[in-house]
Design a protein around this ligand. Structure first.
Ligand code: AMP
Length: 455
C-alpha cells in the first residue's frame, strides 16, 4: 500500500498530514501528487469527497515552500466556482501549511476589496479566487498574473454550468504559458475537453471511480407523490417532506434537503422552521456572512437540516450527513449522483430519499438509467395525500375551490376523514362554486390566503 511518505512531499507537509489524522492517500492523491511534484500538468477527473483538494494543496505547499512572493504578483492561483468552495480550499491551505510559512489571499464576493488589496500589495504565495472577483481585481490594476507558476482550476464542470468558461479562458491567457496547470473536473463535457486540450500540456490524467457506482452504503428510496389538487401541490409536497423526515426519526441526525430552485430553497426552509424543525437555507443570493454562519452551524451540529440548491452545495465539505432528501427530482441526472454522494461518505452508511411528482417521472427515468438500477419505491407517509394512481384533474376541468376564511362552512359530517384527498364529486363542486365565476374559476382565486403565503 502507498504511504504519504512515498509521494515525495516535504517533511513539514507530511507532518501536517499526520496532524490532520490522515494515514493513507486516497486514489486521486496517490495519482496526482507525484506528477504535480515533478512539475507536470495534471488532469484529475474526480468529484468532491475523493480527497482531491489535498491532491493539489499538498504538492503546492511543498513546491511553494521554496521561494518568496513578490508584491502584487501571486505565485500561484486557485480558481473555484463558488465562494464556499474557495473558503474551503483556503482552510485546506491553512491546515497543510501550518509548519511552512506561506501567505495567501482570498478573493471572493462578500469579502472586502480593501483587506485583500493590502495582502496582494505585500505579495502572496497563493491566491484563491472565484473567476469574476479575480477579474474585477485585475481590471482595477491591483494585480499582475504574470508571476503565476501554478494555476489550479477546481470543479471545472461546475464552472461550465455557471457560465465561467470565458472568464477561465481569459485568466489562462493572462498567466505565463510556462505555468503548471492542475485541472479538476467531475466529468469531461466536450467544452471541458476543449479547454484542457488548449491549455494543458501533456497532462498526467487521473480518473477516480464515480460515486454512484462506488457508494453501495447509500440506501435509496423514492416516494411517488401526487397532489390532491394542482393548486395544492407545493403545500402538500412540503407536508410529504416533513412526514418523510419524521419517518426517519432519530436515525436522521443531520440532513441536506435539495431543491431545484432557489425560491423553493427559501420557501421550504421557512416552512420547516415554522413547523418546528431546526432548518436553514443556503443559496447563492444570501450574503456571505449568513452563508458562512449557516455552514458553520451545520458542521458543528447546531443545525440539523440544511436546505440547499445544487450550486450552493457543490463542493461543500461536510464530513458526515446521515440523510439526503431530494425535495425535487433533479433535472440533470448527474446532480442526483452529486446530491446523494453527500451521505454515505467514506464507507459510512447513509440514506437518500427523493420525492417524485408526476411531472418529474421523466427525470426519474433518466436517473435510474444513469445509475443503472431502479430506486426502490417507498410508501408516501402522508395518509391524507391522494394515492399516486389517482387520476389528476385536468386544468380544464372545474375544480373544487378551497374554502377561505370567510367562506361558508360545510356541515361536519359532509367530509369524513377517509374521503380526504379524493376527487371532488361533481355535486361537491357545485356546492362550493363561487357565484359569478361559473365553473371556470382561475386556480389562484381558489386558494386561501394562507395557502398563497408559503406555509
Ligand atoms: P475533498 O474531496 O477534497 O472535498 O475531501 C473530502 C474529505 O476527505 C475532506 O473532509 C478531507 O479532509 C478528507 N480527506 C482528504 N484526504 C484524506 C485522506 N488521505 N484520508 C482521509 N480523509 C481525507
Amino acid at each position: 500500500m502507498t504511504e504519504f511518505s512515498d509521494l515525495g512531499l516535504a517533511p513539514k507537509v507530511l507532518r501536517a498530514v499526520s496532524d490532520a489524522g490522515y494515514t493513507t492517500p486516497t486514489p486521486i492523491q496517490e495519482g496526482a501528487i507525484p506528477p504535480a511534484l515533478e512539475g507536470r500538468d495534471v488532469l484529475g477527473i474526480a468529484q468532491t469527497g475523493t480527497g482531491k483538494t489535498a491532491g493539489f494543496v499538498l504538492p503546492m505547499v511543498t513546491m511553494l515552500a521554496r521561494g518568496r512572493a513578490r508584491a502584487r504578483m501571486p505565485r500561484s492561483l486557485v480558481l473555484c466556482p463558488t465562494r464556499e468552495l474557495a473558503a474551503q480550499v483556503a482552510e485546506n491551505f491553512d491546515t497543510y501549511s501550518q509548519h511552512v510559512k506561506l501567505t495567501k489571499a482570498l478573493l471572493i464576493g462578500g469579502v472586502s476589496f480593501k483587506e485583500q488589496d493590502i495582502l496582494i500589495d505585500k505579495g502572496v504565495d497563493v491566491l484563491i479566487a472565484t473567476p469574476g472577483r479575480l477579474l474585477d481585481h485585475f481590471e482595477r490594476g491591483k494585480l499582475l498574473l504574470t508571476g503565476v507558476q501554478i494555476m489550479v482550476v477546481d470543479e471545472a464542470d461546475r464552472m461550465l454550468d455557471m457560465g465561467f468558461i470565458p472568464d477561465i479562458e481569459r485568466i489562462f491567457s493572462l498567466t505565463p504559458f510556462t505555468r503548471q496547470t492542475l485541472f479538476f473536473s467531475a466529468t469531461m463535457a466536450p467544452e471541458i475537453e476543449r479547454i484542457t486540450n488548449t491549455f494543458l500540456s501533456n497532462p498526467a490524467r487521473i480518473e477516480v471511480a464515480r460515486q454512484a457506482t462506488a457508494s453501495e452504503t447509500i440506501e435509496q428510496a423514492v416516494v411517488m407523490f401526487r397532489a390532491s389538487r394542482r393548486d395544492r401541490l407545493a403545500k402538500e409536497k412540503r407536508e410529504v417532506l416533513r412526514a418523510v423526515i419524521e419517518a426517519e426519526g432519530d436515525a436522521c441526525t443531520n440532513a441536506i434537503i435539495f431543491c431545484n430552485r432557489k425560491v423553493d430553497v427559501d420557501i421550504v426552509a421557512k416552512s420547516l422552521k415554522k413547523h418546528g424543525f431546526n432548518a436553514e437555507a443556503i443559496h447563492g443570493d444570501l450574503d456571505q456572512s449568513q452563508r458562512t454562519r449557516t455552514l458553520e452551524a451545520f458542521r458543528e451540529n447546531r443545525l440539523r437540516l440544511l436546505v440547499a440548491s445544487d450550486v450552493a452545495a457543490r463542493g461543500l465539505d461536510i464530513p458526515s450527513v446521515s440523510h439526503v432528501f431530494n425535495y425535487d427530482v433533479p433535472s440533470h441526472s448527474e446532480d442526483y449522483v452529486h446530491r446523494i454522494g453527500r451521505t454515505g461518505r467514506a464507507g459510512r452508511e447513509g440514506k437518500a430519499v427523493m420525492i417524485c411528482a408526476p411531472a418529474d417521472e421523466k427525470n426519474l427515468d433518466a436517473i435510474e438509467k444513469l445509475i443503472g438500477k431502479d430506486i426502490p419505491r417507498a410508501e408516501n407517509p402522508v395518509k391524507a395525500a391522494a394515492p399516486a394512481t389517482a387520476p389528476h384533474p385536468s386544468a380544464e376541468e372545474p375544480q373544487k375551490p378551497a374554502r377561505s376564511r370567510g367562506s361558508r362552512r360545510r356541515s361536519a359530517d359532509a367530509k369524513p376523514d377517509r374521503d380526504r384527498g379524493r376527487e371532488p364529486r361533481r355535486d361537491d363542486r357545485r356546492e362550493d362554486a363561487v357565484i359569478g365565476m361559473g365553473d371556470h374559476m382561475p386556480n389562484f382565486l381558489a386558494m386561501s390566503f394562507a395557502e398563497r403565503r408559503a406555509s
